[in-house]
Ligand binder design. Sequence first.
Ligand SMILES: [Zn+2]
Ligand SMILES: [Zn+2]
Length: 136
Amino acid sequence: MQVELKGSCLCGNHSYKVTGEVSGFYHCHCSRCRKMTGTGHASNIIVQPGELELFGDKEEIGVFKVPDAERFASRFCKNCGGPIPRVARQMQRVVVPAGTLDHEIDFKPQCHIFSDSKVNWSCSGEELPSFSQYPE
Ligand SMILES: [Zn+2]
Ligand SMILES: [Zn+2]
């Protein structure tokens, strides 16, 4: 499905436009996503192949790469700390934190991932399939 997604950080210093093909929409329960969001799980839309256009001062975007992680990094606004979409250029893969969108979307998360790491107070959403890591 082709999409055009628009969103911004909490303070509005950074906004973005992502265009491309939605390849996944996951609730991720891994401990890294919990730490990053401060909530029970992250909700990320994967756009691949996708293009990310950022509006705002790129110097004011922070990046934190988890040292022992293969691909986990967070990008955030240095002013408000809010997440900003991140991109793996070699894979043309854009990860959009769904909560940063400024509009409704007409598609839904497809599954829970890293469900073995789920904490027992997180929302259940049992109607969706669960995968202990990434889905096949
Ligand atoms: Zn901000
Ligand atoms: Zn995760």
